[in-house]
Design a protein around this ligand. Structure first.
Ligand code: SF4
Length: 410
């Protein structure tokens, strides 16, 4: 990979960061769930991708996948490590990216570019940007100009799910992606390898589904932050490490006593792309909400599972086309209003929090439609905006506490 701008002599100095062995067994060796969660927190807060640096040290290659949806099974099947990118969070100061991107854009676009311009994305050999909005499309263009030594790919995803052409279109798009990944050092595509990757990712999706179901059915066993950290590791670690890790986590969570207190069962909608800080995620539950379903890190839950048997590339595309999940960047046949009411009812939620990234048009547009449906059913909601780099939340705390009290004690 060509060195990213700013990484050479005279480039910005990178902060000290975590180091791991190249098999990442440190995660499996943590003596307790609490220690594992602390390690996960350290990893999430380290913008230099320490797990990716370690895993790629023996010559393996990693591919950065911008939110919201990339067929990561396909990346894995070519012998590459798919890594979910989630911006720089609160620990990245924007000093170079502002020159390339306008002021009124979401923070994740700027911090992702900043990571590239300061060599923090040096362990990656390729980047995939799904065409979820104009911002992600422009980011792909910027990456391809600023990092000429790496492959970049804009993944076009269908929005019309009723046409007979939809499935063949997506399969053709996946073939374009395969060609790009092979150029980036991936092994030649073999259907049997993709079938094996689909099985592994199905297992991971099942585990993540069980974790979120535990949070929904026994909210006192697991905080939202804990659930989030475990899911976030799922997009950073090789699945061969994360899947056995989650087996262990499940049995430890089952043995945990459930804390009980008066809480508002709440659906969290909006943060499907840019992610709030851990402090803000903590704050939502500290204020008295219990999040029983959420849109954080959707990538693992786009569909229940991908079919096996037959052509795996077609199965993978079909899973996307037929997914029942309806979030901002994917127009599904169901109406948005119906979708939110179904989700409130399935989660047994008493209210909804819209937590949308500043300047995120896909999320903001949906809030308008969702609110109309909630108003009709008199379901209470609160809308907060966030920026991944915000560190003070006094205003949000006040709004959250008022919201919870108004619903619980009315
Ligand atoms: S946060 Fe919203 S506007 Fe920004 S890249 Fe993601 S979907 Fe697009």
């Amino acid at each position: 990979m060509q060195e990213a701008p700013g990484s050479g002599p005279g480039g910005p100095e990178l902060p000290a960061s975590l180091e791991f062995s190249d098999d990442l067994t440190e995660f499996l060796r943590q003596p307790s769930l609490d220690q594992l969660l602390q390690l996960a927190r350290d990893v999430v807060l380290d913008p230099t991708y320490p797990t990716v640096r370690a895993w790629t040290r023996p010559g393996r290659r990693a591919v950065g996948c911008f939110p919201v949806y990339t067929p990561q099974e396909l990346v894995h099947a070519l012998g590459l490590l798919p890594v979910s990118l989630h911006g720089g969070g609160e620990n990245v100061e924007i000093s170079h990216a502002d020159a390339a991107l306008g002021s009124f854009l979401c923070s994740i676009s700027k911090s992702t570019l900043e990571l590239a311009l300061t060599a923090r994305l040096a362990p990656f050999r390729a980047f995939i940007f799904p065409y979820i909005c104009d911002v992600s499309r422009n980011l792909e263009g910027l990456f391809s100009r600023l990092m000429p030594g790496v492959e970049t790919h804009m993944l076009h995803l269908p929005q019309n799910f009723r046409s007979e052409a939809t499935l063949p279109f997506l399969v053709a798009e996946y073939r374009r992606l395969i060609a790009k990944l092979e150029k980036a050092g991936g092994e030649p595509y073999r259907p049997e390898r993709l079938e094996a990757s689909i099985e592994l990712f199905n297992r991971q999706r099942r585990q993540v589904g069980e974790l979120t179901a535990t949070k929904r059915d026994h909210p006192g066993k697991l905080t939202l932050t804990e659930s989030y950290l475990l899911r976030r590791l799922g997009g950073l670690l090789p699945r061969e490490v994360h899947v056995p890790l989650m087996d262990r986590v499940r049995s430890e969570v089952e043995q945990r006593p459930a804390r009980t207190k008066d809480v508002l069962r709440t659906l969290l909608v909006g943060p499907f792309c840019e992610q709030p800080t851990l402090d803000l995620i903590d704050l939502i539950e500290q204020a008295g909400c219990s999040i029983v379903d959420d849109e954080l890190l959707q990538v693992h839950r786009w569909y229940g599972s991908v079919e096996t048997g037959g052509d795996p590339l077609v199965n993978l595309a079909r899973a996307y086309v037929q997914s029942p999940v309806d979030i901002g960047v994917r127009a599904a046949p169901t109406s948005k209003g119906e979708a939110i009411l179904n989700r409130v009812s399935a989660a047994g939620a008493q209210g909804v929090i819209f937590l949308t990234a500043k300047f995120c048009e896909p999320a903001l547009e949906d809030v308008v439609l969702y609110r109309k449906a909630l108003d009709r059913q008199k379901i209470p909601y609160l809308h907060l905006e966030f920026d991944e780099r915000s560190t003070t939340f006094e205003q949000s705390r006040l709004q959250l506490e008022t919201f919870v009290e108004s619903v619980l004690f009315d």
